[in-house]
Design a protein around this ligand. Structure first.
Ligand SMILES: [Zn+2]
Length: 466
């Protein structure tokens, strides 16, 4: 079956194939590296990962660009406050982001493009927009004049023909001719770092980064542009205005957006105390595979309610799958093949792929997988499962895992909670006191296997994670 996506631009489900030959040219908005990314961010990035894998399972090659926003107002504010250079401030969070992605098994895009490595490209694009009369300058900052782009609003389906005076659609504090207008280039305020360029000192606005890097690496018209739903307006609308004013061509054929993540039914926010980074959850001992599973299990266009019960259920679901795989690999089944079971396994595989083809319906895909798990387990228990069925059953699990990627336990998957580490250290101390040094050493070894390093000091035992 053909792959179909809901396109935010057309508001329709459309069949997807790349425009040129077999390679999908895709751009997704990456992180702003001013802090650790939170699980709402990772809901979007996990959706992108599932999208990548589904595209590849259709035999498409990928050329996927993701930006790293390593300059913006918040980064500058924080770096200046901490007396750090922008590079020093952002390098740590860029590294942390990539580690978090690896923990969640998110595939690395073909190109990761930091904004600060593309300043001359952005300056050239702003000059070109100025030559095309799309900009004006105010207090040294350059703005995009929205009234020069009649298609504004076509992605978010907002009608901007009415009076928008006073509406605040962009979070900056500069003088603008129209509330919708947005900064392409921001003049530095007192004490702020700036690039010295042909259009004056300053830094690029967020929107221009994405347009410039997308067009530079992927050409005027992308196959897919994707991100979180909060980016539709104004960010993606502004990207379209800039890009199409630059090239005169449609910017992207498909626009895909992932819905919000809620936590225990509420909007995630620091003030509600329900704000979690990935690191917060790993430090509490949750497996990254379970987090990945939970984030992937709800179709991307539905709101995802992240709950700790849901996280436990995800871990249980993964255990069931791993147990079946182990059984398939190690049990001895009677010779022969059960044809009916074989037919049902093939049907489960088809249902799995058909569900993903249907705008990445991961919930339906998982339903097909667990129907198969029940079927296979009961066939094993009743002796109807035959040696000849094992290969295709393992093949189906491998297909499932090529998309969901949760079957292999990760090193971080053994991460144990702080309280458990302390308890094990207590056991080790008791063993030492009882002069059971073999036992004490064994506990040290076991903790080391779980990534915990013990140091015996005069003040007692200190420990850290590898
Ligand atoms: Zn973007």
């Amino acid at each position: 079956m053909a792959l179909r996506f809901y396109n935010t631009l057309s508001q329709q489900v459309e069949e997807f194939a790349p425009a040129n030959e077999n390679t999908v040219r895709m751009y997704t908005c990456g992180p702003t590296v001013y802090d650790f990314a939170h699980i709402g961010n990772f809901r979007s990035f996990t959706f992108i990962d599932i999208l990548r894998r589904a595209l590849r399972s259709h035999g498409f090659a990928l050329d996927h660009v993701m930006n790293i926003t390593d300059v913006d107002d918040k980064i500058i504010r924080n770096a200046v406050a901490q007396h750090k250079s922008l590079e020093d401030y952002t390098a740590a969070y860029s590294r942390a982001f990539l580690q978090d992605c690896a923990a969640l098994r998110l595939e690395r895009p073909e190109r990761l493009t930091p904004a600060t490595e593309h300043i001359p490209d952005m300056v050239a694009a702003i000059q070109q927009l100025t030559a095309g009369q799309h900009t004006y300058t105010s207090d040294g900052s350059v703005y995009f004049r929205i009234s020069t782009f009649p298609g504004y609003g076509k992605l978010s389906h907002n009608d901007f023909s009415g009076n928008l005076a006073g509406a605040r659609v962009d979070l900056d504090e500069y003088e603008k001719a129209d509330a919708r207008d947005f900064a392409l280039w921001k003049a530095p305020k007192e004490g702020e770092p700036a690039w010295q360029t042909a259009i004056g000192p300053g830094r690029p606005g967020w929107h221009i980064e994405c347009s410039v890097m997308a067009i530079k690496y992927l050409g005027a018209t992308l196959d897919i542009h994707a991100g979180g739903i909060d980016l539709v307006f104004p960010h993606h609308e502004n990207e379209i205005a800039q890009s199409e004013s630059l090239t005169g061509k449609p910017f992207s054929r498909f626009w895909l957006h992932a819905e919000f993540l809620m936590v225990e039914g509420q909007k995630m926010s620091k003030s509600l105390g329900n704000y979690y980074t990935l690191r917060d959850l790993l430090d509490r001992g949750y497996q990254p595979e379970a987090i990945r599973y939970l984030l992937a299990s709800v179709p991307y266009r539905k709101q995802l309610n992240f709950t700790f019960d849901g996280l436990k259920s995800a871990a249980t679901a993964i255990d069931r799958l791993r147990n079946l795989k182990l059984r398939l690999e190690t049990d001895h089944f009677p010779e022969g093949a059960n044809e009916q079971l074989s037919t049902r396994t093939k049907a489960a595989g088809k249902a799995f792929h058909d569900s993903l083809d249907d705008d990445l319906n991961t919930a339906e895909a998982l339903a097909a997988v667990f129907e198969f798990v029940r079927d296979a387990n009961s066939a094993m228990d009743s002796g109807e499962f035959r040696a000849g069925n094992a290969g295709e059953a393992l093949g189906f699990l491998a297909q499932f895992d090529s998309i969901f990627d949760v079957l292999a336990p990760s090193a971080r998957g053994h991460a144990i909670a702080d309280a458990e580490v302390e308890a094990r250290i207590g056991e080790r101390a008791a063993a030492k006191k009882a002069r059971d040094f073999a036992r004490a050493d064994q506990i040290r070894e076991q903790l080391l296997e779980q990534g915990i390093i013990l140091e015996d000091t005069k003040a007692g035992v200190r420990w850290k994670r590898k």
